[in-house]
Design a protein around this ligand. Structure first.
Ligand code: HEM
Length: 534
């Protein structure tokens, strides 16, 4: 063998190694993807229609220019009220009509009563403790839900009236102070956040935040706001693609190593831990107050005093706390939509104000507002929740056992979306559903007995729907009684379009608009009333 041929062999060998090291990962990837497509194909539910999606991602990125709930509503016209989609590797069933929702979630409640587990939320954020709304159905979930429901039943909600009145007045004070000396519109997000957070804190732990300022200055509160907003992002089922595309899970450590991601390492895990820590601080504070008999009436206090709570583990008690705090997430956008709606619809605002006047509410002290019943304000509150339905796909549900729809058998633990948005637009339940009409909810009106869908339906419906409705009623009553609300300069009616007015396509539907002008109806007298609300 000559020296030349030895060199040639060596070069050839190096070239082969080089080509192989390039081709091998590509071949592995191709095999992985082919196998993955087979798995995706096999996981489709037989005899259930649904759109075909793209390879790897399925229906995840179809129609990216609108919220998924609206896409599903449109697809229902083609595939029927109940159809399947594929979000990456996850097969999901979407329920889009009032008739189907009632049949499945009420008629066959047992089979449709669970919640799914997600990779991001359950394996990273909440490994040890999950809130009620993110817990699959089992004995523990049943106990926690029963306890929470007991603390939120009608008599208990009635007993929270003084809290609702106080927080509504404080909301007005925040608006008044923010508007002082300002001619035009103000940013109403901080007062809304203050209201929602105070409501959650007072109702849950009997503690509250004294001023908007302390939202940013008090370290514990700043922590709660930050952690809860991150939790909301990590829970978002329309994002967090790692939930659906397992391949992305291999990418995460690589991205972390090369610092290609904005979030610090183990961000999700650390947010989960921080959530438990702040809840622990609040719960321990309350336990101490309960033992000393100086606690204020609150949900966690009621839970702690309930003999059944002794049967709950520490994790279960924390789970109930987490569930209560999560409610603030839905209150805020509902209030924001309401303010914008009132600003742009002076006709409705005037009707609401006249109804308040006719019910002689203006002569009553603020303390009696929450217990009052002004039918038009009650109807307005229901219509705001229906029309803007902030959780358009409710909270993700799952089948508890095998379930059926027509010829199809839907296996246990299948992800299910209740398309509340589509149900609120279902003409079999609502006349002219795209029209904002509080009148539909007035006693004896044709839609008065319709189910509202803003709080979901069935065995996993919002446990706090009575409370949330009453809180919104009380704050709207105070707001309309004391302020005239006008739109921000240059803002068009698009701001109150439930789809076009959305800020992004996140799971919790928040409006893009956040400014309005608030004019006290009684001028300077409002200040005196706020200090002495008789
Ligand atoms: C405007 C305010 C609110 C809206 C629109 C809302 C809406 C919802 C919806 C749509 C669900 C899922 C229902 C389903 O799957 O069928 C839900 C569940 C839940 N909500 Fe609310 N909610 C609000 C306020 C609250 C508040 C203030 C609390 C706590 C004090 C709360 C506690 C819960 C809990 C614990 C669940 C889980 C129930 C379960 O999985 O069994 N919500 N809520």
């Amino acid at each position: 063998m000559t020296a030349l041929s030895i060199i040639q062999d060596a070069v050839l060998h190096e070239a082969n190694v080089f080509i192989f090291s390039l081709l091998a990962p590509v071949a592995v990837l191709v095999v992985y993807l082919l196998r993955n497509e087979l798995i995706r194909y096999q996981s489709r539910i037989k005899h259930l229609p649904g759109p075909t999606g793209w390879p790897i991602v399925g229906n995840l990125f179809q129609k990216r220019n609108q919220v998924p709930a609206e896409t599903y509503r449109q697809w229902a016209a083609k595939y029927g009220p109940v159809f399947q989609i594929q979000l990456g590797n996850t097969t999901a069933v979407v329920v889009n009509s009032v008739e189907a929702a009632k049949k499945l979630f009420i008629g066959e409640r047992h089979a449709w009563n669970s919640r799914p587990t997600f990779y991001v939320f359950h394996k990273k954020v909440s490994k040890t403790v999950t809130s009620i709304g993110t817990s699959p159905w089992d004995d523990s979930c049943k106990r926690r839900r029963k306890l929470a429901a007991g603390a939120l039943n009608r008599p208990r909600v009635e007993s929270y009236s003084p809290i609702l009145n106080l927080e509504s007045r404080e909301f007005l004070r925040d608006i008044y102070l923010a508007s002082e000396g300002i001619e035009g519109a103000i940013d109403f997000r901080s007062p809304v956040r203050h209201f929602a957070l105070n409501l959650s804190l007072t109702l849950n732990y009997g503690t509250r935040v004294s001023s908007v300022k302390s939202l940013s200055e008090d370290p514990l509160l700043a922590e709660i706001i930050y952690v809860e907003s991150e939790i909301s992002k990590l829970r978002d089922t329309s994002k967090n693609y790692t939930n659906y595309i397992p391949l992305l899970r291999y990418w995460e450590p690589v991205a972390g190593f090369f610092r290609l991601t904005a979030n610090p390492k183990d961000h999700a895990g650390s947010i989960g831990r921080r959530r438990l820590e702040y809840n622990d601080v609040l719960l321990n504070r309350l336990k101490d107050e309960v033992e000393r008999g100086v606690d204020r009436p609150c949900i966690q206090g009621a839970v702690l005093r309930d003999p059944e709570s002794a049967t709950l583990t520490r994790e279960e008690l924390i789970s109930v706390s987490l569930s209560m705090m999560a409610g603030a997430d839905s209150n805020q956008p509902t209030m924001a939509w309401a303010i914008l709606l009132l600003a742009h619809r002076q006709d409705i605002q005037e009707k609401a104000y006249n109804a308040i006047k006719d019910a002689s509410i203006l002569d009553l002290p603020s303390e009696s507002y929450a217990s009052s019943k002004v039918e038009y304000i009650d109807a307005l509150t229901k219509e705001i929740s229906r029309f803007f339905v902030v959780l358009k796909l409710a909270l993700p549900k799952a089948t508890y056992s095998d379930a059926t729809w027509g010829q199809a058998t839907i296996p246990a633990n299948t992800l299910v979306f209740l398309n509340s948005w589509a149900c609120t637009r279902d003409t079999t339940a609502f006349r002219e559903p795209d029209v904002f009409a509080p009148e539909r909810w007035l006693p004896d009106a044709p839609d008065a007995a319709a189910h509202q869908y803003a709080f979901g339906i069935g065995g996993r419906m919002c446990v706090a729907s009575l409370l949330a409705h009453k809180a919104l009623y009380t704050v709207f009553l105070h707001l309309i009684a004391k302020f005239q609300i006008l739109p921000a300069d240059g803002e068009t009616a698009e701001a109150i379009d439930p789809l076009a007015g959305l800020k992004g396509f996140t799971f919790v539907g928040t409006p893009r608009g956040f400014r309005a002008r608030f004019v006290p109806r009684d001028g300077e007298k409002l200040k005196a009333w706020l200090d002495s609300p008789k």
